[in-house]
Design a protein around this ligand. Structure first.
Ligand code: MN
Ligand code: MN
Length: 317
């Protein structure tokens, strides 16, 4: 068997940062069946949002803001492009006039991608998209553990009478047996609610719930040591809603809550997943129309890069 061909992000010394391909990290654009270890993929979907829309535009904006990312992680010493074949497989062709059909399209697309053995790192899209992704992951891996960063638990039974929307995916995932509920942590939950027990539904399923107040003014490295002990061994998915971070850092999102996590805390959460059997990750809810500086998309691009750096098989030098 010939040695697999590795791809490198296009260097800023070969092509100016503001030129070249508009893919994630200016990687090659590949088909699903390109024999990848890791696939960056976009889901331009925001018809499940309840407040400000715009996440349909995020895959393009995140790709654009990823242009500054360099291949080597100076903090963790991870060198993902030295051992893994990584590319951008483009976007899922959702039907923006039909939410239910779009869910089916996303599911089928991820079935195909997972069938190639590639690990998906997804640029959302609103948080609705995690349900079809978890369904496809379940068919390949069985119930998965979950690291879920968010201001919201996203476990509503219904929104405006609908069972599939961006505030319901993890309720549906539990009902469908997609999660290993003893290996789920939700971090950053906060804000006003409808009832005192809004977050208790999660706790009653066996989730670990870490509200934002429990994160204030402290490093999350110790929390993540505990999380890593509980979530391993076994497959783990990372679902990162950008609104888990404070709107001071990530204003470009649809459902904003004050008092959120800091950027270093977001990095600590993802870096704390090193050593886990991470089978995929997403970065959702970036809304470019509310992100005039591009900082929210820049943050999203960096968080996806950090997810790449903790995947199994990434070497540290
Ligand atoms: Mn969410
Ligand atoms: Mn949220």
């Amino acid at each position: 068997m010939t040695e697999k061909q590795l791809f490198q992000p296009l260097s800023g010394n070969e092509m100016p940062r503001f030129g070249g391909p508009a893919t994630f990290m200016r990687l090659p654009a590949c088909d699903l069946d390109a024999g990848l270890d890791v696939a960056f993929i976009g889901v331009p979907f925001d018809i499940g949002t309840s407040n400000r829309p715009g996440a349909r535009l995020a895959p393009r904006q995140i790709r654009d803001e990823s242009r500054m990312l360099r291949p080597y992680n100076m903090a963790t010493r991870a060198a993902p492009f030295d051992s893994l074949r990584i590319a951008d497989v483009g976007d899922v062709a959702i039907n923006t006039f039909n939410l239910a059909k779009s869910i089916g399209i996303i599911e089928e697309h991820y079935d195909r991608l997972l069938g190639t053995g590639a690990i998906p790192l997804t640029m959302g899209g609103d948080h609705t998209i995690v349900l079809p992704i978890l369904r496809a992951l379940h068919r390949r891996h069985g119930p998965v553990g979950l690291v879920h960063v968010d201001a919201h638990a996203d476990v509503n039974d219904e929104m405006f009478g609908e069972r599939i929307a961006h505030g319901t995916p993890f309720r549906r995932a539990v009902e469908e047996g997609l999660l290993d509920c003893s290996r789920v942590v939700q971090i950053g939950l906060r804000g006003t609610g409808y009832a005192a027990d809004d977050f208790d539904w999660s706790r009653n399923q066996g989730f670990q719930v870490v509200q934002a107040e429990d994160c204030w003014h402290r490093s999350l490295a110790p929390l993540m040591q505990d999380v890593a002990r509980r979530l391993g061994p076994g497959p783990v998915y990372i679902s990162f809603d950008i609104d888990g971070l404070d709107p001071a850092y990530a204003p470009g999102t649809g459902t904003v809550e004050i008092g959120g996590l800091t950027v270093p805390q977001g990095l600590e959460i993802i870096r704390g997943c090193h050593g886990l059997e991470v089978v995929g990750g997403d970065l959702v809810e970036v809304s470019p129309p509310y992100d005039p500086t591009g900082n929210t998309a820049l943050l999203g691009a960096n968080l996806l890069y950090e997810m790449l750096c903790v995947l199994p098989g990434v070497q540290r030098r």
